[in-house]
Write a protein that binds this ligand. Sequence first.
Ligand code: NIG
Ligand code: FE
Length: 405
Amino acid sequence: MAETKTLALTNARIATMRRGGAPYGAIENAAILIEDGRIAWVGPTGEAPGAEETADLGGRWVTPGLIDCHTHIVHGGNRAREFELRLEGASYEEIARAGGGILSTVTATRAASVDELVASALPRLDHLLAEGVTTIEIKSGYGLDLETEVKMLQAARRLGAERDVEVQASLLAAHAVPPEFKGDPDGYVRLVTDQIIPAVRKAGLADAVDGFCEGIAFSPDQIRRVFEKASGVDLPVKLHAEQLSDLKGAVLAAQFNALSADHLEYLQEDGVRAMAAAGTVAVLLPGAFYTLREKQLPPVDLFRRHGIPIAIATDCNPGSSPVTSLLLMLNMAATLFRLTPEEALAGVTRNAARALGLADEIGTVQCGRRADLAIFDIETPAELAYRCGFNPLFAVLREGRWRKW
Ligand code: NIG
Ligand code: FE
């Protein structure tokens, strides 16, 4: 049977998430016409053009498909033991310095095959998809050698083939200094710049290059070398910056026109200004803030004042954010960081798209954008952030087709 070419969604309420109009860019009594996987028309239900298939949404809310723009969902093992140690009083940094933390996940990830990495990530991915996620960013960074970084990125690409979701893959080889380079971080940075980035670029396995700029990871100088190489091979950059201290990572990221700087609890106004000038998105990760029981809040008011787009993500990882609910992150962004529910929803739609360099494709409901849509059984869009541990998803459209479960 030939595939349906046009689909009309009628009797919908749409949180278009376009800027400038009503809160949430909302339109009531609305319809969306979808043609060849794209949004072809948005307007009042009464004026909707005819379509080969029509779905009456009964007043349900439509949002852009949700976007989780920062995850480490591919990894071996888990760190429940470290969770216990932290409850006994050890800090995240102490555990990392004692060879636990990221490095214990490196050991487990190196030991896993691509198939095993895919199999262990799928249940986590399915949790996210069940809440309306249609695009996910996935980082490497638990390999820290060429072979395993490649293996993680292959697993990320495979996840995009096994499920109806768009995957954006980021090379995070500069996540930690591997044991074989202990005491020689510059030597490892040379491996990253001279071998890992070129090989990953050649194989087309990454869409961006990420790093971790922190006392327990890499200095701004070392990250600069990584970014120079990435820029030299035309890969955009992003950075884990100012999570535990202010090393001016965001200032550096902005110098390379980074797509995003992420975490940012310790960011100062100079970093905010640099990000504003470069158009760098602030990605906030309330799950890591919550899990590590951080006290220092990211400078949300400064972001607002300087017009910096704020995105929200799960940071799904086995150590600092074992989180597989993006809706819970909306709640935490509101409750912990005081974002409005509208800002939180923009953080997983319009601004998350921008953090991935995909603002022209996804993240808003408007003519010409890809028809990646989430449909929710809610009375107001604020409910998405208001509830905690509740999933009101009704259905998902991916590239204009109903997602099958
Ligand atoms: O985003 N900050 C560094 N990287 C991860 C944590 C990784 C881990 O603890 O395994 C993060 O929080
Ligand atoms: Fe992270």
